[in-house]
Design a protein around this ligand. Structure first.
Ligand SMILES: [Zn+2]
Length: 332
């Protein structure tokens, strides 16, 4: 590892992407400056050779009017035309975040909803999750990219730690975020806000580079219906299909993950989703943008750094007996 980190530092960062896709990057920066925030850093930090070298994604460092240093990396660090997996985008972004010293990571996503209740003859649209809603997720479906960061002290969990993943999205911060979000419902910008009190929504990252197939979604609907039947005294289980940025990395790094999802469409193959893309485009360029341009700076400016007593973000990293480490080949 030869490169020194040259980017900004702060307590809190956002890598929010698609809620802000209806506006150019520079216009978001200008909107923050119009709030009185000072832009202290704008650039693409040099990336160590282990992550491919060259420069990383665009990074912006601000000081807010309250004197807080905040960081924004547009669109999860994605670079136009580059496949996330083949270009090692994840590693570049995580290296920047790890070196920035953040304790809270804000991630806003947009997703398609698979709500199995829509397959029932009678359903109540006041309880189903629909386009135009905001969801605070409960859990996620693990995929192979949910891991630490190679070449750092958090490359692996085992055998040093037994790290559990219950409540991966900071519940203390979710409560604050939901309270603010309900104001957008009152303003007519969102339809409903869902928390884990009424639905248990798991995030599923598509394994491919675009929407799922009809089969994929029917599979998830059937699974979630069965899961819900198995646990009738708990809120129904549903899936949101979209982004799920680095929950394992955050827990390894001791970062509280503040996640919100805007529902842009019913997932591919769901009933009555013929206008899927049209709905999605309208929301991205309309109400979602209005919400995100107010919500993002609010979160960056006001979210506290939890002390870890009312969430599991820090305490679920359990130190394992030292002997576990002696049971492996020692690094040379
Ligand atoms: Zn937390």
């Amino acid at each position: 590892m030869t490169n020194q980190y040259s980017g900004p530092h702060g307590d809190i960062a956002s890598v929010t992407g698609s809620p802000l896709w209806g506006i150019e990057v520079e216009q978001v920066v200008q909107a923050y400056r119009d709030r009185g925030w000072q832009l202290n850093y704008s650039g693409q930090p040099e990336i160590p050779p282990i992550y491919g070298g060259g420069t990383g994604p665009q990074v912006f460092g601000f000081e807010t009017t309250r004197g807080r240093r905040v960081i924004w990396i547009p669109s999860y660090g994605g670079v136009l035309g580059q496949d996330w997996k083949h270009h090692g985008t994840r590693e570049k972004v995580l290296w920047i975040l790890l070196n920035s010293g953040i304790k809270v990571l804000v991630v806003g996503g947009t997703s398609g909803i698979t709500d199995w209740r829509l397959y029932e003859k009678r359903y109540d649209s006041q309880t189903t999750v629909e386009p135009g809603d905001m969801v605070f997720p409960w859990s996620f479906y693990t995929c192979s990219q949910d891991r630490g960061l190679i070449g750092t002290s958090i490359e692996t969990a085992w055998p040093k730690f037994d790290m559990t993943l219950d409540r991966p999205y900071c519940p203390e911060l979710a409560m604050i975020m939901a309270a603010k979000a309900r104001g957008y419902v009152s303003q007519g910008l969102l339809r409903r806000v869902h928390t884990i009190e009424d639905v248990r929504v798991a995030l599923v990252t598509p394994p491919g580079i675009t929407f799922e197939t009809d089969f994929d979604i029917l599979d998830w609907a059937a699974r979630c219906q069965r899961m819900s039947e198995m646990t009738p005294n708990l809120p129904p289980v549903l899936t949101l299909h979209g982004d799920n940025f680095a929950p394992v990395f955050c827990r390894l790094a001791g970062v509280h993950l503040a996640y919100y999802h805007l529902v842009a469409n019913r997932a591919q193959g769901m009933p009555d989703n013929a206008q899927l893309v049209q709905t999605l485009h309208e929301l991205y360029c309309g109400n979602f943008l209005k919400v995100a341009l107010d919500y993002e700076p609010f979160l960056l400016e006001t979210l506290p750094v939890p002390d870890g007593r009312s969430c599991l973000c820090i305490s679920s990293k359990h130190l394992a007996p030292e002997v576990f480490c002696q049971a492996m080949t020692q690094p040379s």
